[in-house]
Design a protein around this ligand. Structure first.
Ligand SMILES: C[S@@+](CC[C@H](N)C(=O)[O-])C[C@H]1O[C@@H](n2cnc3c(N)ncnc32)[C@H](O)[C@@H]1O
Length: 291
């Protein structure tokens, strides 16, 4: 990706959320306040202007997205389901005793900012590339910083999580955590995803969870984006943020096992596919899992 510029894909996801707010019925899926806070963040960070946001928040823009749905069927609404899934996993994880939430490749996601006051005993950490993280930090400062929300600017492909978290912040690697990697792993190399999941296991305590989305591998070995895979892969490449990593759903369990996690297919809503992505929840492996 173009590392010195804020992420275009993070911008697209955020804009998509704004437009979903104008689609009747999506309020039943989208987490409360997400549309308003996303609009505010885009505006005060300078990521988008008032006119662009107003235009995105309109029935006309809903029609534009729907007209292009043939390219990635279901993907427009999928972002609402993805946001709902991640928030549900974070809330459930906190309910089960998680005290640290780590949001990887956070982009303009507002989950940490929205939930931080509600869960003042929980620490929220976000990591993204410096260009995106710095623009977001500007927005968060303007919206009102949260004592328990820590934004970190780092390239996940370059520095190990354990080194990223240790010198800068008071990270407790023995505590129960929830890691969120929403719309991230497809942009990383196979080695980087393996390393990242391994490191997530190293920096987390027993009972930790990992919620993430991924694109399945198609029969031709490429990330499967449906009928227009070739076009989509080309468009992503041209945008400077190509889709690199994917995995066959039947191989995910083994991959997770090898990186310190165990798949949880029995948990409701953890193997859903919306648009081109699957949403999955993994739990940190225990000694019993390893036998
Ligand atoms: C598609 S966006 C998703 C943003 C956010 N998770 C969401 O769903 O709203 C992908 C994000 O991953 C970040 N990203 C990609 N590769 C990264 C890396 N090596 N290190 C840190 N962040 C990365 C990008 O900067 C971008 O913000």
């Amino acid at each position: 990706m173009i590392k010195d510029k804020p992420s275009r894909t993070a911008y697209k996801v955020a804009m998509n959320i704004v437009t979903l707010g104008a689609k009747p019925g999506m309020d039943m899926v989208l987490p409360p306040d997400i549309v308003q806070t996303t609009k505010e963040l885009l505006l005060v960070s300078g990521a988008a202007g008032a006119k662009t946001i107003k235009w995105s928040d309109s029935p006309k823009m809903v029609s534009v997205y729907e007209a292009f749905d043939w390219m990635l069927p279901g993907q427009f609404e999928a972002f609402a389901h993805r946001k709902a899934f991640c928030e549900q996993q974070v809330r459930a994880g906190i309910g089960a005793g998680a005290t640290q939430i780590l949001i990887l490749g956070a982009g303009y996601d507002t989950l940490g900012w929205r939930l931080a006051p509600e869960f003042s005993d929980v620490k929220f950490f976000e990591i993204d590339h410096p260009a995106t993280a710095c623009l977001k930090a500007k927005g968060i400062d303007a919206m009102g910083s949260r004592d328990n929300l820590i934004l970190i600017a780092e390239d996940l492909g370059k520095k190990k999580l354990v080194d990223t978290l240790k010198p800068k912040v008071l990270w407790d690697k023995n505590s129960r955590i929830v890691v969120v990697a929403e719309g991230l792993v497809m942009y990383l190399s196979s080695k980087a995803v393996r390393d990242l999941f391994n490191q997530c296991a190293v920096i987390s305590g027993a009972g930790s969870r990992l919620a993430f989305s991924y694109i399945p591998t198609g029969v031709d070995g490429r990330p499967d984006a449906g009928r227009w895979t070739g076009l989509m892969l080309w468009l992503q490449k041209m945008s400077g943020e190509p889709w690199i990593w994917s995995i066959k759903p039947e191989e995910l369990g083994k991959f997770l096992e090898e990186t310190g996690w165990a798949i949880t297919p029995t948990l409701q809503g953890t193997t859903n596919k919306h648009g081109v992505e699957f949403y999955t929840l993994a739990k940190k492996r225990t000694c019993r899992d390893k036998k």
